[in-house]
Design a protein around this ligand. Structure first.
Ligand SMILES: [Zn+2]
Length: 266
């Protein structure tokens, strides 16, 4: 990890040892999840060498971390379109050999637009085609990032409109629902496209209804997440408790906390 990115994490973590332990040993993470009443976690990983420092080795790492624990840990990875060979072949290898179950595309950290294939990024098209063929969801980060070097010109979710149009059988999940500047765009895309869903991670749960006043109505398209251990998210459980305090129906809560993700990521 790049020192500047690492510093951004550590500024917000009073007990980094607690984090380090959970990242070194999957059994420690499962113990933490048990203590917090969390059934499943998606391990969000993506190569972003310029901004975060991570390379493609994150895929093998996520695969090893989840191995044998797939009932509770979902390995998420991705291929950067700068991959020197055919990114479609590499994406298929992630699914078939490494057991990666979902891809994460992070435009502000990976430094390309989600629809860059329309401008010639053929490897990006191959990544989407392969995920569509394997019926694996693609999560696209939407919304701003404060990590040093992140480029927020790529934070707007609208380029995902192209992806939803061009890959109608691809399941798309817009991470963070465009927080905080583009939430109307993200909601529009989820309502327009049957294949577009919203992930609610990284939004302070207490403010969720201020940001998404029609959450009850769109609850069939929304997936829970905390973004733990990103800066500022100190406890998975605390976020769930704050969410449960919101005035939503039990049916909507269940869809958001469990049913929708269970259907998309069996
Ligand atoms: Zn994200």
């Amino acid at each position: 990890m790049k020192p500047a990115a690492r510093q951004t994490f550590l500024r917000h973590w009073r007990e980094p040892e607690h984090l380090t332990r959970a990242m070194r040993d999957p059994e420690e993470l499962l113990r933490l999840m048990d203590a917090e009443g969390i059934e499943r976690a998606a391990l969000i990983n993506y190569p972003a060498p310029e901004v975060m420092g991570f390379g493609h080795s994150v895929n093998a790492w996520a695969s090893r971390f989840a191995a044998g624990r797939e009932d509770r840990l979902v390995a998420v990875g991705s291929v950067h379109p700068d991959w020197p060979g055919d990114a479609g072949t590499e994406t298929a290898r992630l699914f078939e050999e490494l057991g990666i179950r979902m891809l994460k595309i992070h435009p502000p950290h990976q430094l390309f637009a989600a629809n860059a294939y329309r401008g010639g990024a053929e490897n990006l098209r191959r990544i989407y085609e392969t995920a569509e063929r394997f019926r694996r969801p693609v999560m696209i980060h939407t919304g701003t990032s404060v990590f040093p070097g992140a480029r927020n010109v790529y934070a707007d979710p609208m380029p995902a409109d192209d992806v939803a149009v061009d890959f109608p059988d691809l399941t798309l999940i817009l991470a963070h629902a465009g927080r905080p500047l583009y939430m109307e765009t993200a909601v529009f895309l989820a309502r327009r496209h049957p294949n577009v869903h919203l992930d609610l991670s990284g939004i302070p749960p207490k403010k969720l209804l201020d940001y998404l006043p029609r959450l009850e109505e769109i609850s069939e398209k929304c997936l829970w997440g905390t973004d733990f251990p990103s800066p500022g998210v100190l406890s998975m459980r605390k976020n769930v408790e704050e969410f449960l305090a919101l005035p939503l129906s039990d049916a909507a809560r269940r869809r958001i906390l469990f049913d929708n993700a269970a259907a998309l990521i069996p």
